[in-house]
Design a protein around this ligand. Structure first.
Ligand code: SF4
Length: 415
């Protein structure tokens, strides 16, 4: 099944005239991930074919802008979403992906811990949260239970622990500080990517600190970087309907700004596939791009697919695979200053994530392990993958697996 995918993806692109022919796509003369030399005559022919196809689909001026290093704007982005030729959009995104990373595809060996799902907020898309302790399905792990999750994996070469939680009204700040300290005591070398900007804002309000004070105290306890969750859609129209009672857009962006100023990195996400418009998606990407212009601290942009099971938006359909491919492709094209576009395979599905590696994506997140937020929303993806699983999935999709740490230092090229 997986082997067929490689043939199918490459063959589909060949049939559509989309493989190869990308001038200057391998920076610094780096070797391509597959031998394009034997395809050279076809490559030149393909590029000519592609230009006329881009002209037909109305995307040639966007291709020319990209070639000239001119940034795409809101109008360009909405046209990329409206263009019926998804493969042409994917071809442009793949070209940008290969200019930056050739065939390399990154992933890491990580574990997720969601220490509590008790949350005072009422985001309509959320299947994870429970309003109060004692509600059906509500849980809060003791610190020993949190630490046991890492202790149980002492034999694994995990490089990152990713912690996100509900907004619990009763836990003391010391719970989170000690959670970090304990994880570092168990594995001093592990990178702690913990607490969304929404959680940071909540801590500040609950414990009477500024956002910067919260970040500084968490850093002193072991925090290394921030995940990108909580961004949802930046447009106020969407935010006021979906998640009116948590940290707003300006504060989310400002917390990331402060995070970068304090010397840490972060990611930015976007929850897509519900009530947002194409313009609002592009606007979201442009706000992330502006943040990156300012600070340079964003490592990856991560589109997150809306899942409708077990939440208040269950009447909406989940986004299609075609929409998922397009969102990732447009993100690669709009976010010219963000190094990595990540497909979170838990949310997209494994096969769509593999295909996205030809639509602008260069990162598949990691082994994940223990993820609950998407699985409670109906995700049917595996609970975890091993590093060997991910390497194989990347290889059969025709790309080169590179195990990285959180900061994109290479751990292994042949994992
Ligand atoms: S998305 Fe986060 S903040 Fe919103 S209800 Fe769920 S756990 Fe709470």
């Amino acid at each position: 099944m997986a082997c067929r995918l490689r043939v199918d993806v490459r063959q589909a692109q060949r049939d559509a005239g989309l493989v190869g022919g990308v001038e200057g796509r391998l920076p610094g003369g780096a070797a391509p991930s597959y031998d394009v030399r034997s395809e050279a005559p076809r490559e030149a022919e393909t590029f000519g074919t592609m230009r006329s196809r881009l002209e037909t689909t109305g995307l040639l001026d966007i291709a020319d802008k990209l070639d000239a290093g001119i940034r795409l704007d809101l109008d360009d982005g909405t046209r990329l979403f409206a263009c019926p030729d998804l493969l042409a959009v994917g071809w442009l995104a793949n070209r940008e992906r290969e200019k930056r990373h050739a065939g390399q595809t990154f992933f890491n060996h990580n574990i997720r811990i969601e220490a509590t799902n008790v949350c005072v907020a009422s985001c309509l898309f959320c299947s994870f949260a429970r309003l109060q302790p004692g509600d059906d399905g509500a849980y809060t792990l003791s610190l020993e239970e949190v630490w046991d999750k890492l202790r149980a994996r002492q034999h694994q070469s995990i490089t990152e622990v990713h912690v996100v939680n509900g907004l619990h009204p009763d836990l003391p700040f010391d719970y989170y500080l000690e959670l970090l300290r304990g994880l570092k005591r168990i594995r001093p070398d592990v990178h702690l990517k913990c607490f969304t900007a929404v959680e940071i804002a909540f801590f500040a309000d609950l414990y009477g600190r500024t956002d910067e004070q919260v970040l500084t105290e968490l850093m002193a306890a072991g925090l290394d970087s921030l995940p990108g969750g909580g961004a949802e859609v930046f447009a106020e129209r969407v935010r006021s309907k979906l998640c009116h009672d948590k940290c707003g857009t300006e504060r989310y962006l400002d917390i990331h700004r402060t995070t970068h100023r304090l010397g840490m990195r972060s990611n930015v996400t976007m929850l897509y596939g519900h009530i947002e418009t194409a313009e609002e998606r592009v606007d979201h990407m442009l706000r992330a791009r502006a943040l990156q212009d300012e600070t340079g601290g964003v490592q990856a942009f991560i589109p997150l697919a809306f899942h409708p099971d077990n939440n208040q938006m269950r009447k909406l359909p989940a986004p299609t695979a075609a929409d998922t491919l397009r969102v990732h492709a447009v993100a690669r094209l709009m976010l010219d200053n963000v190094p990595h576009i990540k497909a979170f395979w838990v949310a997209t599905g494994v096969e769509t994530a593999q295909t996205a590696l030809w639509f602008g994506v260069d990162d598949l997140d990691g082994t994940v392990q223990e993820e609950q937020i998407y699985h409670m929303a109906g995700a049917r993806t595996p609970a975890a993958l091993t590093t060997d699983d991910i390497s194989r999935l990347i290889r059969v999709a025709g790309r080169e697996p590179v195990e990285r740490d959180t900061l994109y230092n290479v751990v292994s090229m042949s994992a």
